[in-house]
Design a protein around this ligand. Structure first.
Ligand code: DLL
Length: 438
């Protein structure tokens, strides 16, 4: 197989050249950080006075970590390093869980970000002959405009359809011969259910590929979407603090996500000791943004759990790969003392073919104990007068889950389309225990 590179030089650089590039960019980033109200003091305390204080990557350890809390405390301008008249755009988190975090971009920052998204898209085999329907939220969320600009940069015909409204999405796909879509994995699953419901003829669509990200999903979910829609699905990782999408992306081998090391310095650390974990082991991803002058961010603790691949990729790119995100440090549920990530449940249920495309995890207090309920949709055909097949399936799901997560869950089966669907990131867990403790 031949692999196409957007920029052969940058994507296949030797480790030595990549390191030299990172050091040069880190020096610039540190200079920019020294111009922000937030970093001035901690950098001075670490003896960092200017870019001359950084001479190798080992200097990274001298830089402070940055947390979401820091970003919030710096709202609105604590992390801004250029005059407002040079800022051409801002993006912000929704702020539903507190003060929003805001990231500012200069014109050059937008150009660099667009370059990383274009590189990612092109690496999956897309070209200007593709028609790209961007089925994700536009606005302050970075997924819409980020992919929009990247798609245009590749030269694809971009349809800015935004999220939601499946009927209109099908219409657009049919009218314009969409070949590539971008959405959250949960929306792709929902789209497929709706397609069957509305009797959309799959063979009349030209769809070949999808980019799916912005929320965690398992390998089984990917396989399911690929099989149901008959397309290739590529995992796309990013976060607003590091521009948005275009941080790490799968190539055509679909075996780990290349993290673009000429734009970001990745570290994977143990969340308690803060020490690096060996390749292959899971830890918290920490990222330093090397490609943004307006809002430099150093050693950002993403809370995302992943590990590095030890081996280089067969596609020839030299940028290190990370594993599919396993969850977030703040996602972990403790149920009657047992630690559990929602992704462990998804992995099990999505591998059971009778299970439909949507599910919900509910955790409640039951007296002194915690109770876990897994609600899954199942295909319509099973809801008949005879309840035996339904009960047998319920029992099979329960047993399979229990064997894997060591917790005995209650399982509820629901008709297809009856569990709530969100247009943006899916809400997979409802945990009412915190409220009941108040
Ligand atoms: O979700 C940016 C994005 C847009 C990425 C479109 C990919 C596609 P935030 O809203 O700041 O930004 O959320 C970032 O979402 O820290 C992860 O916890 C999660 N996340 C993003 N991509 C993936 C992925 C955008 N592929 C947070 N797998 C991150 C798992 C993901 N989790």
């Amino acid at each position: 197989m031949t692999y196409q590179y957007w920029d052969t030089h940058l994507e296949t650089m030797s480790r030595e050249d990549l390191t030299a590039c990172q050091v040069a960019l880190l020096r610039k980033t540190v200079s920019a950080a020294l111009r922000t109200p937030f970093y001035r003091k901690p950098l001075a305390a670490a003896g960092i006075r200017g870019e001359e204080s950084v001479t190798s990557l080992s200097d990274l350890k001298r830089l402070p970590f940055t947390t979401k809390h820091d970003l919030r405390s710096g709202f609105p301008y604590g992390f801004l390093s250029i005059p407002q008249e040079r800022v051409v755009r801002l993006h912000a988190s929704s702020g539903t869980t507190g003060t929003p975090t805001t990231i500012y971009f200069s014109k050059d920052d937008i150009t660099r970000w667009t370059g990383f998204v274009a590189r990612s898209i092109y690496g999956t085999g897309c070209t200007r002959f593709d028609v790209f329907q961007n089925m994700i939220t536009y606005g302050l969320f970075t997924g819409g405009l980020g992919f929009h600009s990247g798609g245009e940069e590749v030269g694809m015909t971009v349809i800015p359809s935004g999220a939601g409204n499946t009927t209109r999405q099908f219409r657009l796909m049919q009218d314009f011969g969409t070949t590539v879509v971008h959405a959250t994995p949960s929306f792709l699953l929902h789209l497929e259910s709706k397609m069957r419901e509305e009797g959309v003829d799959r063979s009349r669509l030209r769809l070949k590929r999808a980019f799916a990200g912005a929320e965690p999903y398992s390998e089984d979910t990917r396989a399911r979407i690929e099989e149901l829609l008959g397309i290739d699905v590529y995992n796309s990782y990013g976060l607003s603090e590091m521009n948005g999408p275009g941080v790490a992306f799968e190539c055509q081998r679909k075996d780990g996500l290349h993290l673009w090391e000429d734009g970001f310095i990745p570290e994977i650390i143990h969340p308690d000791t803060l020490e690096p974990v060996p390749d292959g082991e899971i830890g918290e991803l920490v990222l330093t943004c090397l490609c943004r002058e307006a809002t430099p961010i150093l050693r950002y603790r993403t809370r995302d759990l992943t590990g590095f691949y030890a081996e280089p990729c067969g596609c020839g790119r030299t940028h290190r790969r990370i594993q599919r995100i396993k969850g977030r440090t703040d996602d972990m549920l403790i149920i009657n003392g047992v630690n559990l990530f929602p992704s462990q449940i998804e992995e099990v249920i999505m591998s059971i073919k009778e299970v439909g495309n949507n599910y919900l995890i509910v955790v409640e207090k039951d007296g002194a104990l915690d109770r876990l309920t897994v609600k899954t949709e199942v295909n319509q055909a099973i809801f008949r007068d005879d309840t035996r097949p339904l009960n047998a399936l319920k029992e099979r799901i329960r047993k399979t889950l229990q064997a894997s997560i060591t917790i005995n869950p209650k399982v509820e089966l629901h008709e297809s389309g009856s569990l709530p669907v969100s247009e943006g990131k899916a809400t997979r867990v409802l945990d009412s225990r915190a409220a009941s403790r108040l």
